[in-house]
Design a protein around this ligand. Structure first.
Ligand code: CTP
Length: 403
């Protein structure tokens, strides 16, 4: 399965480093070539002898003079690898990677590498949840690296929470899936929208909705990972894009999202409108903070322009247009109406009545309704897997249209 694949593993000084020898065995069994770079602290948790015996290669932790008098350098290692996995990554190494502090061979190799990088942080729960750690993870995701989320469970500190490195077999699965990911979006430009829009009432207040942006960002990550160049028009959210081929355009209001999306739509092969755009915005913005005077206050709202409707009107023959529908009742019927009215190729229906589906959850349950009346119903899944289902259907539809 991995014959001829060159995998460089970076190990840092965390207790879960003991899982890496088992991972190396699995990778070697499948025919991969494995080299290992460790930090000095990693050697306190797993011996270089074990790592070198299993990888059948020398293990490096410092810039090294070879027997022929040449240096083994970070450039050599970085160029050699098809992929780099850094696991476990401590909070210290995360910080160094995020800020380019190359004071050891591992971080220097990481900075010099041109291949995809996967990183798997593992540490105590409170360290993991600290804003500094989270900000470094977000930054590495923005560099386009693939984040392997730690699991929640019993930790070496005795606490229970997030921070555990995945088991060797699960890390192995992640690598296999990553390497075998199809590149079926290669050469395509995809426009994705995500998150809520916020409609200002006065300088301090707004009307918003509960969209987290996770679904749209997961779609952008999936599609960029499969070779597309992605423009992501995003409302205000707390998630980060996870691929260097995602160009994020930040907007706040429905009107700004309209302008940016329409401007980018001309060159897009596929458009996926996952944003929860406000349907109404205050008719009059008050430049001063509205004071609490008298009795009740009524807000006069006016309709926003429907971005998807506009995109549908101007859709090219070789452009695929996908919308979302969030319904609380009569889901299929309402989504079917939107599909027809907005001239879409398919619509993704989320029903708020399904437990675990919708806005603030990490899972979603969707139905894809096609123009020909067909309905594909999916199980409740993690939003990353839902993104894969949506991408699979988008590419099948788009390629069919072009033949
Ligand atoms: N949408 C849009 N512009 C708007 C409102 C919605 O592009 N001003 C898009 C959404 O991004 C989504 C689709 O239209 O892809 C359907 O959104 P939804 O809120 O479910 O439906 P609406 O058409 O707004 O109708 P309603 O709120 O009455 O259900």
């Amino acid at each position: 399965m991995l014959k001829g694949k060159k995998i460089l593993i970076g190990v840092t000084g965390g207790i879960s480093a003991y899982k890496i020898p088992l991972l190396i065995r699995l990778l070697k069994k499948e025919g991969a070539e494995v080299q290992v770079v460790i930090t000095k602290a990693a050697a306190d948790f797993v011996t270089p002898l074990t790592l070198s015996t299993l990888s059948q290669n020398p293990v490096y932790s410092d810039f090294f003079l070879k027997s022929d008098g040449t240096w083994i350098s970070h450039i050599d290692l970085g160029r050699w690898a098809d992929i780099i996995l850094i696991a476990p990554v401590t909070a210290t190494t995360l910080g160094k990677m995020a800020h380019g502090i190359a004071d050891n061979l591992l971080v220097a190799t990481y900075l010099a590498a041109r291949c995809p990088v996967l990183f798997a942080p593992a540490m105590d729960m409170d360290m993991f949840l600290h804003p500094s750690t989270q900000a470094n993870i977000a930054r590495l995701k923005e560099y386009g690296h693939f984040y392997i989320e730690p699991e929640t469970g019993y930790l070496a500190s005795g606490l229970t929470g997030p921070g555990r490195l995945k088991e060797p077999a699960d890390l192995f699965d992640v690598i296999i899936k990553f390497i075998n990911k199809p590149k079926d979006f290669q050469g395509l430009k995809v426009l994705v929208t995500a998150g809520p829009t916020l409609e200002p009432i006065d300088p301090v207040r707004f009307i918003g909705n509960r969209s987290s942006g996770r679904m749209g960002y997961a779609i952008a990550d999936e599609i960029a990972g499969r070779g597309a160049v992605v423009d992501l028009v995003s409302g205000p959210v707390n998630v980060a894009a996870g691929h260097h081929e995602i160009h994020v355009h930040r907007v706040e209001t429905a009107s700004e999202m309209f302008d940016k999306t329409i401007a980018l739509s001309g060159s897009a092969d596929i458009i996926i409108m996952a944003a929860a755009v406000a349907d109404y915005t205050p008719a009059d913005y008050s430049p001063q903070k509205i004071k609490k005077e008298g009795g009740n206050l009524s807000l006069n709202l006016k309709k926003t322009r429907d971005i998807l409707m506009e995109l549908g009107k101007n859709k090219r023959n070789n452009q695929t247009l996908i919308g979302f529908a969030l319904e609380t009742d009569d889901g299929t019927e309402n989504a079917g109406k939107k599909l027809a009215e907005k001239n879409l190729d398919f619509i993704v229906l989320n029903s708020l009545t399904d437990k675990g589906a919708g806005f603030e959850s990490s899972t979603n349950k969707i139905t894809i309704l096609r123009k020909n009346g067909e309905a594909l119903r999916f199980e409740l899944k993690d939003k990353k897997e839902v993104a894969r289902d949506i991408a699979d259907n988008a590419i099948i539809f788009h390629k069919k249209r072009l033949t």
